[in-house]
Design a protein around this ligand. Structure first.
Ligand SMILES: C[S@@+](CC[C@H](N)C(=O)[O-])C[C@H]1O[C@@H](n2cnc3c(N)ncnc32)[C@H](O)[C@@H]1O
Length: 230
């Protein structure tokens, strides 16, 4: 089963949810601040979805050179329209996070390459990390936060997840999408192996993979690495 791009009514539902719940991005923004994001930097957001993170980041760091990339034409269109509505000039590209095709101008140029809540959808996880490490400049950092497979949840974590799904006042479509996303998500060891494989091609000087919740009870995997200096 393929759950990669989010298209059609699911893309619209995702945008409705995301644009009404900016606080859900706070934890990720805090991680980016910890990773050293600063005004004037070049930042690439792989699997950017409908552009909520871009609106939040450019409000806080107005001179970021920020490029959002998504495999879904629908998401790219929604992100462009949303940015225009918000009076922002932002760049969104159609592209696959599993290949730098269409991002050649950014190879080795980004200070930070990020991805939020999407890498669990990739069919080729090592290729996703490979793209991140190729885009980032020597000494720059990558940060991915995505979902963990259900079998890696402990018992209380699983119960919290079920309660979260039931209680969340979402569109039914989003509830099913979330359940499927966790069902098809990689295991923690898959994340470790994928990052290690990518780091064989583009060496890293520092890396850390850890799991914690997002303050609303759902475990996510965090993957940070710094590309070795030239
Ligand atoms: C749950 S959304 C997250 C969007 C955004 N990062 C956020 O946090 O709001 C996952 C996004 O990943 C995109 N996606 C899935 N596979 C992709 C791939 N191989 N390359 C680029 N985007 C992809 C989907 O189209 C969707 O927009």
């Amino acid at each position: 089963m393929k759950i990669e791009p989010i298209t059609g009514s699911e893309a619209e539902a995702f945008h409705r949810m995301g644009s009404r719940a900016f606080e859900r991005y706070n934890e990720f923004v805090d991680l980016l601040v910890g990773a050293g994001i600063a005004d004037g930097q070049t930042v690439v957001d792989l699997c950017c979805g409908s552009g909520e993170l871009e609106i939040i980041l450019t409000s806080r760091f107005p001179s970021l050179n920020l490029v959002g990339v998504d495999l879904s034409e629908d998401m790219v269109r929604i992100a462009r329209d949303y940015a225009a509505e918000q009076g922002k000039e932002l760049e969104f590209r159609h592209g696959d996070a599993q290949s730098p095709a269409g991002m050649e101008d950014l190879l080795g140029k980004a200070d930070l390459v990020v991805s939020r809540h999407a890498f669990h959808r990739l069919t080729r996880l090592p290729a996703g990390f490979d793209t991140m490490l190729r885009l980032v400049k020597p000494g720059g950092a990558i940060l991915n936060v995505s979902f963990l497979h259900l079998s890696d949840f402990d018992e209380p974590g699983f119960r919290t997840w079920v309660r979260f799904l039931k209680e969340r006042p979402w569109d039914a479509e989003m509830q099913v999408a979330w359940a499927l996303a966790h069902y098809y998500a990689p295991r923690l060891q898959d994340y470790r192996d994928a990052l290690a494989q990518a780091a064989d091609e583009t060496p890293v000087s520092e890396q850390r993979i850890w799991v914690d919740d997002q303050g609303y009870g759902v475990a996510t995997v965090k993957c940070f690495a710094r590309r070795a200096a030239a």
